[in-house]
Write a protein that binds this ligand. Structure first.
Ligand code: HEM
Length: 365
């Protein structure tokens, strides 16, 4: 019997529902750190995820490339000083920001604008209760899902950091694309406590998005012979000299689709960066690459696991940090905060009322 489109659709729907429920069941077993929760905003802002998804859907429909930018933003936030929104902060009198450190200069300017716009929308609906770092984590998930990747639940409740990292800390924690797999394995193990499987799964983020010639010129000038020669010739068309400033897709085969094609490319020696291709060369990671190239479901499962893990690196929770009113700047001390400082100071010197009111976090800003 022919497999007619009429019979095909309900079956595909059933399959998709089964897959989603399997993924969510698998997810409930994922460990989450104290202070984060799967249901954090259920009472304070129950529609937060719907608000973000609706707005991002409009944005991606206009410009699908923004999805890659938001996914990368979450990675750059989490690897430096934890997922605390520190990458979003503008510089201050105390020094240039993390945002201005070399590895972050190629983040998309629009990603920062989008996060602030989402924060504005959410704040208008719920008040200042949702952190910028949670908005970044939700946006990264929505970017993956919108591009055809797994839709997964994000543990929430992160608070925003009060400081940003120095230039050196930022460089130390965001490895360059010229890194070998060995260097990446060592860096991720010592700085982030992430495994070889996490490294390979997270690198699968390179299934969408763009790169400038600058990031892979080391593989063209001189020619890196681990790169497929046809790809090398086509890349030299885009980047004719080692000072070219053009851009190309990270995954030239399915550039806008979140799938396992990135790993198939690595097996075919069509990875773009040294840090990508070397995952297939190094014996400690090559079998993981082969596994993901052969089985997209396996890749999606491991990607979700590793994203949820990465999304909890050194998070601030409870009364740590703050909920920023503007994702690009620390909150100014509010009248209530100032009053409590004065009270605390006063009570220390023996003249205050002594009834501190806590963090003052409910003050409007
Ligand atoms: C493992 C080490 C990693 C290195 C060395 C690395 C390096 C890079 C570089 C150099 C670019 C291109 C920058 C440019 O020239 O414009 C890039 C783009 C990108 N990276 Fe990574 N990356 C790594 C891990 C990750 C992870 C863990 C994710 C997400 C899970 C990710 C997601 C992306 C995305 C989506 C883009 C495209 C961004 C856009 O189109 O705006 N990367 N990465």
């Amino acid at each position: 019997m022919a497999f007619s489109p009429k019979a095909f659709h309900p079956l595909m729907l059933l399959f998709a529902l089964l897959l989603v429920s399997q993924l969510s069941n698998a997810q409930t077993n994922l460990p989450i750190v104290p202070g984060l929760s799967w249901t954090f905003y259920n009472t304070s802002c129950p529609r937060v995820e719907a608000i973000i998804r609706n707005r991002l859907t409009q944005i991606f429909q206009n410009d699908s490339a923004q999805a890659a930018g938001l996914l990368r933003l979450h990675f750059h936030d989490c690897f430096v000083q934890g997922c605390d929104g520190s990458v979003l902060l503008d510089g201050s009198a105390s020094g240039p920001s993390e945002k201005n450190a070399p590895p972050n200069l190629s983040l998309r300017a629009q990603s920062f604008t989008i996060i602030n716009e989402l924060r504005d929308l959410v704040q208008r609906n719920c008040g200042r209760v949702v952190s910028c770092s949670d908005i970044v984590a939700i946006s990264a998930r929505d970017s993956v899902a919108w591009s055809g990747g797994p839709d997964y639940r994000v543990p929430l409740g992160r608070r925003d950091g009060l400081t940003f990292a120095t230039r050196n800390e930022t460089i130390k924690n965001l490895p360059p694309p010229t890194s070998s797999a060995g260097a990446l394995l060592a860096a991720l193990a010592s700085n982030q406590n992430l495994s070889a499987t996490d490294l390979v799964a997270l690198s699968g983020g390179h299934t969408i998005g763009f790169s400038s010639c600058f990031s892979f010129r080391n593989r063209l000038f001189p020619q890196d012979f681990t790169m497929n020669l046809t790809l090398a010739a086509s890349l030299r068309g885009v980047c004719p000299t080692n000072t070219s400033t053009n851009f190309t897709f990270l995954d030239p085969r399915t550039p806008r689709r979140f799938d396992n094609q990135y790993y198939i490319n690595l097996v075919n020696r069509e990875g773009l960066f040294t840090s990508d291709q070397d995952l297939f060369t190094d014996v400690r990671t090559s079998n993981i690459v082969n596994g993901f190239a052969a089985n997209q479901t396996l890749f999606f499962e491991e990607f979700v696991r590793s994203m949820v893990k990465m999304g909890q690196l050194s998070v601030l929770t409870g009364s740590q940090g703050e909920i920023r009113g503007n994702c690009s700047a620390r909150n100014a001390p509010s009248a209530v905060d100032l009053a409590s400082v004065v009270r605390e100071y006063g009570s220390e010197s023996g003249s205050g009322s002594g009834s501190g009111s806590g963090s003052g976090s409910s003050a409007t800003f």
